[in-house]
Design a protein around this ligand. Structure first.
Ligand code: ZN
Length: 261
């Protein structure tokens, strides 16, 4: 079944000696090994994916990422949910923040490799189909960047990923509901619980440009906040606060989650 999935694009990349975008290993050296692995077809990743539904997504992944990386993804189980102790908020993460996923996120975030957004969106689409289905009526909102940081980077990586996911799974997407009003330090750079709270307090507000009727329409629905990595939980909690206050129900989804949280 898996053998059938490899298409011309993937074979071309291998023969041309292109590299795996996740680990930079040359796929040319491994050509025979790759073929053998394809024949074996016993790949952990594929066990979790209803293959028949998603051939084109799998083909896209396989044409960029080597079998070794796909075999060793740090997948978290569906029910390993992080629960905030401070508010009604659960965070569902796909992976533990380890290679090759951590590498892919870094490349997207700091090296302008925007094609990783689609690859990561495919992982969400394939590995969290039930979650996406259960949230068809929700609005998917990326954690916004402060506009200064947005200017610096040129894009919001979380927004790129969830926008691609919304296209694949036909989800409601909104990137203007929430605004980031404060430039915050990285939570990992701030020591101590209280300092972290202070750093993030009132960092987010609901966009006042949204008309009341518009907000009321939203209130019937639920928001799924999206971020690339769950580090301490403080950022997502800070973004959740104004939403809860405005009467939204909030859940959150991230690509990866730090192991220490
Ligand atoms: Zn690789």
């Amino acid at each position: 079944m898996v053998t059938k999935l490899i298409k011309v694009e993937a074979i071309k990349r291998i023969l041309n000696g292109e590299i795996c975008v996740a680990c930079q290993a040359s796929t040319k050296d491994n050509f025979l090994r790759q073929v053998r692995l394809l024949r074996l077809g016993s790949i952990k990743f594929f066990d979790q994916v209803p293959i028949s539904l998603n051939e084109s997504c799998l083909n896209h992944l396989q044409s960029y990422i080597c079998r070794n990386c796909l075999q060793n993804l740090p997948i978290l189980s569906h029910n390993k949910i992080w629960q905030s102790e401070k508010m009604r908020l659960q965070v569902n993460s796909l992976f533990s923040y380890q290679r090759p996923i951590s590498n892919m996120i870094v490349q997207l975030k700091f090296y302008h490799k925007q094609y990783f957004a689609k690859l990561l969106a495919i992982f969400i689409f394939l590995l969290r189909q039930k979650f996406l289905l259960d949230n068809q009526d929700s609005i998917f909102v990326p954690i916004p960047l402060h506009q200064n940081r947005l200017k610096e980077r040129g894009y919001n990586q979380a927004e790129l990923i969830i926008k691609e996911t919304a296209k694949l799974a036909n989800l409601n997407f909104d990137n203007k509901l929430l605004l980031r009003t404060k430039i915050t330090k990285k939570q990992t750079e701030v020591k101590g619980f209280e300092e972290r709270q202070k750093n993030m307090s009132e960092a987010f507000v609901i966009n006042s440009a949204y008309h009341i009727e518009h907000l009321n329409k939203f209130k019937k629905k639920q928001v799924v906040l999206f971020d690339d990595v769950l580090t301490t939980g403080s950022t997502i909690e800070a973004a959740t606060k104004p939403l809860l206050k405005a009467g939204f129900k909030v859940k959150a989804l991230t690509i990866a989650r730090e192991d220490f949280i």
